[in-house]
Design a protein. Structure first.
Length: 230
């Protein structure tokens, strides 16, 4: 794992309680293998709430004339798993995560779900270390470009809606979403979903909820349709 100082430089934030950052970067698989009394799932739970609040505030400021529905759609796009994973990759967060051997061997450092979870844990760690204003500044720095792109697109990162529109208009059919795998404990489920269009498999996605897995699958299906010219 790369040094703590290196990730602090990428975050633009230095921890006064470095143990919070250590916890945020520790995956459950590593904790289990090394018998550590902590891992990042509790911080991830808090980080999800902190991120939603900070993004809501930011959107309220930069989109003063948007309706509640518009803001909800934009926020959902910004805090989606693919977006979180993209932001995590922009700071090479995967290179700093402590992983167990199994997760390491199966490419855990580049899994969208793992990267998204870890980023939320880091956000919570900053919040616990220095409070709302500090984490608000961090989120604005990390997510500014994603938020601008999402606002410019009018929230079209709702891939399911876009896919449904295309299927109705061009294929005269509706996509069918099917859960093909469900793993993990009740408080930390992970879903695998595939899309069928006219009986043909056209996309597959994974996520911490059925909704996020469906969005990822829809995004993949849209790419395939674009390549086919449909």
């Amino acid at each position: 794992m790369q040094s703590r100082k290196a990730i602090e430089q990428r975050l633009g934030y230095a921890f006064s309680k470095p143990e919070l950052l250590d916890e945020a970067l520790t995956h459950k698989s590593f904790a289990n293998e090394n018998r550590l009394p902590y891992h990042n799932e509790r911080l991830e739970f808090l980080g999800d709430a902190v991120l939603n609040l900070a993004v809501s505030e930011y959107l309220m400021t930069i989109c003063p004339h948007s309706t509640e529905g518009d803001l909800s759609r934009l926020r959902a796009a910004v805090v989606s798993e693919p977006t979180l994973a993209s932001v995590a990759r922009s700071i090479d967060l995967g290179g700093f995560i402590l992983l167990g051997r199994g997760e390491e061997q199966t490419g855990g450092r580049d899994k969208d779900s793992l990267l998204a979870d870890c980023l939320e844990a880091v956000i919570a760690a900053v919040y616990m270390d220095a409070g709302h204003e500090a984490v608000k500044g961090l989120i604005e720095r990390l997510f500014a470009e994603e938020i601008k792109k999402t606002c410019k697109a009018g929230g079209l990162r709702d891939y399911k809606t876009r896919l449904q529109e295309i299927c109705q208009e061009r294929l005269k059919s509706l996509p069918e979403y099917r859960v093909v795998a469900e793993t993990g404990p009740d408080h930390h489920k992970h879903f695998e979903v595939e899309i069928l269009i006219n009986g043909n498999k056209l996309g597959r996605g994974s996520g911490r909820s059925k909704k996020s897995a469906e969005q990822q699958a829809a995004m993949e299906a849209l790419k395939i349709l674009a390549v086919r010219g449909q």
